[in-house]
Ligand binder design. Structure first.
Ligand code: NAD
Ligand code: UFG
Length: 336
């Protein structure tokens, strides 16, 4: 069975390509390399001893995308390709809507033309916005607070409409919480452009000496230690969730929605002390003002994924910190 992975050279995509090859799937990747390097896929092939097809194609270029489907016999698609920086989406919203929404429309058109109707889509916990209660269930109110999140919700709704309109579409909408960590080899991991926005890459770059100190965005939230609480999920566990989703779509056709998280929250201070304890690295930090748009607490109810997919996260905070640090210390400049 051959899986087309859009955005497969990126952070979550590269870990998922590795999991797919290990599980015996054939893999074709489409990526425009706007936020990734082909080196990640070379390393995936080295780690698995297997080859994959790589097509440097933009989803906005429908003709080239069509040519990939003409050449390769694709059975299903895992769709990661998209822009993901929340702050940037506020300043250049049209680029986000065009890339994420139009890219998905092109992909669905080409899939339909080639009779490929199985898709696993990367959605995000950001579709819930500021949750009224935690843990968050899949049927909680949806209220994204920025253009990035709204592009994810629009795509979810488009895919729901597509499934209603035409028999044969099998779709899994996977809402990721906070993907972190790296493959245990230290050969693939997250390689953000410029100064990282996210907590864990920021911590590892302080530890490796690329950044001088971590700014902790607020200690006056209504949480036990006053800092923000999130649900950190190891990227390898997340990747394995995609394989479970492909399997459920094969045995139980339809449209499904799952939260993929660890199902418990950690505060910023807990993440910093967990990282220090696991790695022995001191993280210099200071408390600064809250970051605009941040929420106090966000973590998943993962019981539906446990029950229906037979999936749950296995790697805890110690493994997340050890793996993130192995990747950062072995590759201080990422894939460069
Ligand atoms: P990433 O940026 O590392 O990977 C996305 C990949 O898509 C990149 O390789 C990029 O080059 C490619 N891409 C972007 N636009 C494209 C286009 N038009 N055509 C072809 N390729 C294109 O990001 P990631 O962290 O691996 O995230 C993967 C998916 O998961 C994204 O859709 C993201 O929104 C979603 N997600 C990520 C997080 C997170 O915190 N990392 C959380 C929730 C959801
Ligand atoms: N934080 C800091 N200092 C930093 C970075 C983050 O204190 O330098 C704090 C934040 O305030 C927050 C926590 O660490 O309390 C986690 O922040 P991240 O930026 O790592 O993650 P977010 O939950 O804010 O955002 C992530 C993704 C978004 C996605 C969202 C919901 O980056 O794309 O999860 O799924 F929309």
């Amino acid at each position: 069975m051959k899986i087309l992975v859009t955005g497969g050279a990126g952070y979550i995509g590269s870990h998922t390509c590795l999991a797919l090859l290990d599980a015996g799937y054939e893999v074709a990747v489409v990526d425009n390399l706007s936020n990734s390097k082909e080196e990640s896929l070379k390393r995936v092939q080295g780690l698995t001893g297997k080859t994959l097809e790589f097509h440097k194609v933009d989803l906005l270029d429908k003709r080239s995308l069509n040519a990939v489907f003409e050449k390769s016999s694709i059975d299903a698609v895992i769709h990661f390709a998209g822009l993901k920086a929340v702050g940037e989406s506020v300043s250049i919203p049209l680029r986000y809507y065009h890339n994420n929404v139009t890219g998905t429309l092109n992909l669905c058109d080409v899939m339909g033309d080639h009779d490929v109707r199985t898709m696993v889509f990367s959605s995000s916990a950001t579709v819930y916005g500021d949750p009224q209660t935690v843990p968050i269930k899949e049927d909680s109110p949806l209220s994204p607070a920025n253009p990035y999140g709204r592009s994810k919700l629009m795509i979810e709704e488009i895919l729901q409409d597509l499934h209603r309109s035409e028999a044969g579409w099998n779709i899994a909408l996977l809402r990721y919480f906070n993907p972190v960590g790296a493959h245990s080899s230290g050969l693939i991991g997250e390689d953000p452009n410029g100064v990282p926005n996210n907590l864990l890459p920021f911590i590892t770059q302080v530890a490796v000496g690329k950044l001088s100190e971590l700014s902790i965005f607020g200690n006056d939230y209504p949480t036990p230690d006053g800092t923000g609480i999130r649900d950190y999920i190891h990227v390898v566990d997340l990747a394995l969730g995609h394989i479970k989703a492909l399997r459920i779509l094969a045995s139980n056709p339809g449209i499904v929605v799952y939260n993929l998280g660890a199902g418990r929250g950690y505060s910023v201070l807990e993440m910093v002390s967990g990282f220090e304890k696991t790695t022995g690295q001191k993280i210099h930090s200071k408390i600064v003002a809250r970051r605009p748009g941040d929420i106090a607490s966000c973590y998943a109810d993962v019981s539906r994924a446990q029950r229906e997919l037979g999936w749950s996260s296995e790697r805890g905070i110690d493994e997340i910190c050890a793996d993130a640090w192995r990747w950062q210390s072995k590759n201080p400049d990422g894939y460069e």
